[in-house]
Each structure stands twice: as C-alpha cells, then as structure tokens.
Design a protein around this ligand. Structure first.
Ligand code: GLN
Length: 276
C-alpha cells in the first residue's frame, strides 16, 4: 500500500468522523513522523509493514471515537507542541483567545497564576511569550501536572513553577498580578458530554455542578482575595454563561468587566480588574 492508497483507505474507514480526510492525513503523518507536505509530494511511496500496521491500528482507534490528540499523543496550541493524554483536557483553539487577552494585560516581571492548567497550554504559552514573568501552573490533578511539567521541559520554558492544589486555596492574599483560567464549566446533565472527544476527557476538567458555574464562582471569589489591587482575572466559560459570569465578577467587586467572543462568534471569556 502506498501513501495515496493509505489516505483513501483511511478516509473510507472514517466516514463516520466529522473530518475523515483530515483525520486520515494527521494519523498517517503521525505514523510516518512527517509533515503533511511530505504525504502530498510522495503519494506513491510504499508503507512498510510496520507503518501499515501502525496506521491500521490508529484508524481503528479513531473509528472507536478516540480523539486524534489521544492517538497521536500531541496537540499544537499557540506556538507550542504539547503532549496530551487522557489525564488532561485537549487544548482547544478557542482557548487561544484567553491567551491573547491575558497577553494584552502583561507588563514586565509579573506573577501570574493559571488555574487548572491541565496540559499546561495556557501557562506555557504565557511563559513563552513573557520570559520575564513568573507563571504558576496550578492543578488539583497530580497526573495532569506531570504532563504539564513534561511540556515545559520539552518547550524549554524555565519561568514556570507547578503547584498542586484546589484553585487558589493555598495562595496568600494580594500576591498575584494576573489570574487566568479555563476551568470546568459544562452542566452536569449537558447532552454534549455523550458525543465526540469529551467522552474521553477527564470529567473533572469538564463539568462543574448543576449550572456549570460552581468552579467559576469559587475562582472569582478567591481571585478577588489573591490578586494585587488593579490585577486582572480572565476566565473562559460556556457559550451561554457570559451574563452569569459577569454578574459573579460584579458581585465580588471587580471593575472594567468585559466579555469577549471566540472564533466561532460565541461569548467565551470574561475579564475584570480588582478594585484599586
Ligand atoms: N470548551 C470545552 C468544550 O466545550 C470544555 C472546556 C471546559 O470545560 N473548560 O468541549
């Protein structure tokens, strides 16, 4: 079987997927350890037996619904290549909005916390863009922190430290310049939890109580205590939660509260500033 035939085979096997062509390409590139340009320019190159077996196996995993990022163990986010496992949420392109907005609030030498860092996607992107800052990558899950640390080493980022804990519970008051988080925010009974990649992601990284806002409320309360005056809090939330998240910012005395839309035009991030 050559590359072009492998792509046809993969596409046909993955008809049930949302993006059969793309999935087949990504999985073949993973098996061959190459870029997409290679498979297009070398369409008649033969796969050896080992490559064929590995490709067939990855197609089977995808047919069973496993996320592409779990099969390849990798995901690109911002400027970084990240390791991803079933212990962390798969970083989403929408979360790059959170990084972009957080960067707009940076000044040199800041101390910043990323709450529920997972694979480290947000913390490491900020560390990469702002080398003079100290980023605290925090998570309650020790297995997620192992992945985040591995990603920091792989991307040669030294200005990140890793803390295990419940949100900001163990952090002293008025110590942080900026707090950023993509916390769990899906409602417990949301039917989306039964479809697609989320079925294979850790529930603790996805759901947060009856209305999905339990953790956001805790984060807003604790950030109010831990931020220095004029410090910023930025939180990602569900497409229909902007109003409630804004309300909880106002209830805790945040000012300059604003909502921001993701690439799909959905409200996705609320940010606000601690009172002077
Ligand atoms: N944005 C993700 C989704 O809807 C969920 C991420 C999260 O809960 N923080 O699939």
């Amino acid at each position: 079987m050559n590359i072009s035939q492998a792509l046809i085979y993969g596409r046909e096997k993955l008809v049930e997927s949302e993006s059969p062509e793309f999935d087949a390409q990504v999985l073949l590139c993973h098996v061959l350890s190459c870029q997409t340009t290679f498979i297009h320019s070398r369409a008649d190159q033969q796969l050896n037996q080992q490559q064929y077996n590995a490709f067939e196996q990855s197609i089977k995993q995808r047919q069973q619904g496993q996320p592409i990022s779990h099969i390849t163990g990798q995901r690109g986010f911002w400027a970084l290549d990240l390791n991803v496992t079933a212990d962390t949420l798969i970083p989403r392109p929408d979360t790059e909005l959170l990084v972009e907005l957080a960067l707009s609030k940076f000044t040199p030498n800041m101390i910043v916390a990323d709450l529920g860092t997972g694979s480290g996607a947000i913390a490491l992107s900020l560390a990469y863009e702002q080398p003079t800052s100290q980023i605290l990558a925090m998570d309650q899950s020790s297995s997620a922190l192992i992945i985040a640390k591995k990603n920091a080493v792989q991307n040669q980022l030294n200005n990140v430290s890793f803390w295990q804990g419940q949100w900001l519970e163990a952090v002293a008051g008025s110590t942080l310049d900026l707090v950023v988080s993509n916390p769990p925010y899906i409602r417990e009974d949301d039917p989306h939890l039964l479809k697609g990649d989320v079925r294979f992601e850790p529930l603790a990284a996805l759901i947060s109580g009856e209305d999905g806002l339990d953790d956001i409320r805790i984060i807003v309360r604790q950030a109010q205590r831990c931020l220095k005056s004029s410090g910023w809090l930025l939180v990602e939330h569900g497409y229909d939660q902007a109003q409630q998240v804004q309300e909880s910012f106002h209830e805790r005395g945040f000012t300059n509260v604003s909502s921001h839309q993701d690439f799909g035009g959905n409200d996705r991030v609320v940010m606000g500033q601690k009172n002077q």
